[in-house]
Design a binder for this molecule. Sequence first.
Ligand code: UT7
Length: 337
Amino acid sequence: MNKSPDKILANITAMGMYVPEYVLSNAELEKTVETSDEWIQSRTGIKERRIVAKGEATSHMATNAANKLLAARGISAEEIEVIIVATVTPDMMFPSTAALVQNNIGAKNAWGFDLSGACSGFLFALQTGAQMIETGRYKKVIVIGADTMSSIIDYTDRNTCILFGDGAGAVLLEPSCKYGVIDAKMRIDGSGGKYLHMKAGGSLNPASHDTVDNKMHYIFQDGKSVFKFAVRGMADISFDISERNNLKSEDIKLFIPHQANKRIIDGSANRLGLSDEQVFINIDKYANTTAATIPIGIVEAFESGRLIKDDNLIISAFGAGFTCGAMYIKWGMNHAL
Ligand code: UT7
């Protein structure tokens, strides 16, 4: 699926990330549920995660990430035409978090919306934003992945409370004739919904005393089943995108996978035949921030010099839905240093 010579590509030209200050360590969780730092690290790779302060929500993190992006690119918010926020933890059911971000940053010429794709949300949003650029209709689209997972976690449930954290990452897409999104493959499979979901708060089970008493506003996950599907799903789709673009393992500079479990990441990396240096991992610091893991990964990889112009980047994710996706990006930014 190599690009045709005159095709407009959606290139990442700036980015920003935000994580809350408060660090919730494994040691801290040992005090509240029956778990251990050793169990968490060996089964997941997680050491700590960030948690929002009271009153701080998804729009605050997303706004911070977007403002950093604007500062990095040196442009005014008025130049932004579209804002897409991938999240499963919007501040409210409506208005959209995109509307809150638009107002916060002063993007008065933009429209936008939220997109619900769980852990694959950023990939789905990036694909959507990329196509807006590729048609030629838009020149500046902000794509954000942001989730406040602490708002839907039961901190007495050791099966889920150790896994998640809060954070946001944002990228700016602009047209290029050479760099950007080359190919993407996305999937959705609703038969997996029973393994990972939140039962209440939507139109099926609106908030009531009953839903609260029965803890239905928290994440439910059958971890073992999701694990099985995720290992296979993320490895397969990452392999497919590489194979159909004729990328051999040595052609891939960096693989930035969704950060849900280090063992799932290792499975995909092995399938692609990648060495440790080719795989980006920060699950130890932030845990699973759902839609934010990949954009945060992109920011940290770029800022630490692991991505430079002309590199081949693969990003991929698997999450609730089930959803999954992988994307091949020809990286187009020179390192700032
Ligand atoms: O991003 C969205 C997609 N989500 C994922 O990709 C997550 C997929 N799942 C996972 O990452 C893993 O399944 C978990 C990390 C959630 C669990 O790891 P596991 O190796 O699959 O453990 P398990 O579910 O097989 O549980 C093993 C044991 C169980 O005890 P028994 O039944 O063997 O006595 C659990 O009760 O570990 C127990 N356990 C814990 N022990 C200490 C579960 N959570 C904990 C805990 N600390 N926090």
